[in-house]
Design a binder for this molecule. Structure first.
Ligand code: DOR
Ligand code: ZN
Ligand code: ZN
Length: 399
C-alpha cells in the first residue's frame, strides 16, 4: 500500500507532506515523493495522517455482559473513532483473574475484532498471584481495584495486595482520592511501576507531581470525559467512577497535561445500554467512538497541541505497556494509521452511534474533524462509514 500526499507530524512538531509506503503491514519508507508501483494507492491529499489511537483503558464487556458491548461492536466503534489498538479490562463475567478465563477471552476476541487488542489481567481478593505469574508475559498489566466500582473487584487485604503487586510486572489501578496515595506507597514499597487510571482531581495531581519528582515509577491517565465535563453536567447518564468533579479540577487536569504530569489519555469506555442508564444509576459511560474526534476539537480551540495529543494517545501508551512494534509513524513500525479530515466537522447524534450502548455523552457537540480512514497493520478496516475486514490481532509485549 502506498499513501500519497498526506500531511504528517515531523520531528519539530511541524506538519509536512509525505508519502508512506507499507509492505507486509509495516511502514517501510517515508519520503517526499515515492514512485507509485504499488497495487493499492490511497490518496490522502489535504488530509492529516496520525498514528492510530492506542486506548489502554476499555471495558468491552465480553464475555458475560455482551448485551452492553462485545468484541465485534466495540472494536467497530474503535475504528470509527480512530482507535487501532485497545486493551480490555478484567471486570467481565467471569472476571479475567485466571489463566483459563484469559484464554477464553482471547478466543472470543480472535477473528472478531476490527482492530488490534490486548488484555489486562485482574488481581483478585482471593489472591491469584500464582495465576498472575503464569500470564504476565501475555498481558498488559494486572488491574487492581483499590476502590469499589462496577464489577465488585475491590482488594483491601494488605497481605493479598502485597502478593499481587510482587507477582506483577506492572500494576494498573482504579484508585480515587486517598487511594492514589496508597498506590504511590505500594509502588515505592515494592519497587513496581503503577499506572494510575482516570485521575480526576487537583489533589490527586498534586500527589502524583510530588511522587514523580521523587522518581517513583508511576504513570497517570486522564479520560476525555473528566476533561470536557464537570459536576454541573452530571445527570443520570453522566455517572461514572470516578464521578465528574469541579471546574477547578477540570482546569487542573488540562494543566497536568501541559506540564507532563499526565502521561496518557484512556477513554475508560464503559458502555451500559441507554435503558439501563435510565432505569437506575449504573456507573460508566461509552466513549470510544467519539473521544478522539472530541480531542481534535480541543486541539482546534487551543487547549492542547497536536503533537501532545499524539503522545498522550499513542506514543506514551505504547511505551508504558511495552507494545511490540507500535512505534507510531516510523520505519519498521506496524502500519496502524488514521487519515483525518480536519475540515470536515460534524455534530454527534444519537442516531449515528454504533456501540451497543446506543448513546454518547457527546451528543449535540461538534467534533474537531472526521476520521476518514482507519488502517490496521496495512489494511483498510474503515473508510468513510464503511467497515471492512476484521484484521485485529493480539498485541505482544517487549520484555
Ligand atoms: O464508571 C466506571 N465504570 N468505572 C469503573 O471503574 C468501571 C466501569 C465499568 O466497568 O462500568
Ligand atoms: Zn476505574
Ligand atoms: Zn475503567
Amino acid at each position: 500500500m502506498l499513501i500519497k500526499n498526506g500531511k504528517i507530524l515531523v520531528e519539530n512538531g511541524k506538519i509536512e507532506k509525505r508519502d508512506i509506503l507499507i509492505e507486509n503491514g509495516k511502514i517501510v519508507k517515508i519520503d517526499d515523493n515515492i514512485m507509485a508501483t504499488q497495487d493499492i494507492i490511497v490518496d490522502a491529499s489535504e488530509k492529516l495522517i496520525l498514528p492510530g489511537v492506542i486506548d489502554v483503558h476499555t471495558h468491552m464487556r465480553d464475555p458475560g455482559l455482551t448485551h452492553k458491548e462485545d468484541f465485534e461492536s466495540g472494536s467497530k466503534a474503535c475504528v470509527k473513532g480512530g482507535v487501532t489498538t485497545f486493551l480490555d479490562m478484567p471486570n467481565t463475567i467471569p472476571n479475567t483473574t485466571t489463566e483459563e478465563n484469559l484464554k477464553l477471552k482471547r478466543e472470543l476476541a480472535l477473528g472478531r475484532c476490527y482492530c488490534n487488542f490486548g488484555f489486562h489481567f485482574g488481581g483478585s481478593r482471593e489472591d491469584n498471584s500464582e495465576e498472575i505469574k503464569k500470564v504476565n508475559k501475555y498481558v498488559a498489566s494486572t488491574k487492581i481495584f483499590l476502590n469499589m466500582s462496577t464489577g465488585n473487584m475491590l482488594v483491601e487485604d494488605e497481605r493479598v495486595l502485597e502478593k499481587l503487586v510482587n507477582s506483577s510486572k506492572l500494576i494498573s489501578v482504579h484508585a480515587e482520592g486517598d487511594m492514589i496515595k496508597k498506590a504511590i506507597n505500594l509502588s515505592k514499597k515494592y519497587d513496581k511501576p503503577f499506572y494510575l487510571c482516570h485521575i480526576s482531581t487537583l489533589e490527586e495531581l498534586e500527589l502524583i507531581r510530588k511522587a514523580k519528582k521523587e522518581r517513583v515509577k508511576i504513570y497517570a491517565e486522564v479520560t476525555p470525559h473528566h476533561l470536557f465535563f464537570s459536576e454541573e453536567n452530571r445527570d443520570n447518564l453522566l455517572r461514572m467512577k470516578p464521578e465528574l468533579k469541579s471546574k477547578i479540577d477540570c482546569e487542573a487536569l488540562w494543566q497536568g497535561i501541559e506540564d507532563g504530569t499526565i502521561d496518557t489519555i484512556g477513554t475508560d469506555h464503559a458502555p451500559h445500554r441507554l435503558e439501563e442508564k435510565q432505569e437506575k444509576i449504573v456507573f460508566g459511560i461509552p466513549s470510544i467512538e467519539n473521544s478522539f474526534e472530541m480531542m481534535l476539537k480541543a486541539v482546534e480551540t487551543g487547549k492542547l497541541e497536536l503533537k501532545k495529543l499524539v503522545e498522550l494517545t499513542s506514543t506514551n501508551p505504547a511505551k508504558i505497556f511495552k507494545l511490540k512494534n507500535k512505534y507510531g509513524i516510523s520505519l519498521g513500525a506496524d502500519a496502524d494509521l488514521i487519515i483525518i479530515d480536519l475540515n470536515k466537522k460534524y455534530k454527534i447524534l444519537r442516531k449515528d452511534i454504533i456501540t451497543k450502548s446506543g448513546w454518547s455523552p457527546y451528543e449535540g457537540m461538534e467534533t474537531g474533524g472526521t476520521i476518514e480512514t482507519t488502517i490496521v497493520r496495512g489494511n483498510i478496516v474503515y473508510n468513510k462509514g464503511d467497515f471492512y475486514k476484521k484484521m485485529g490481532e493480539e498485541v505482544r509485549y517487549d520484555d
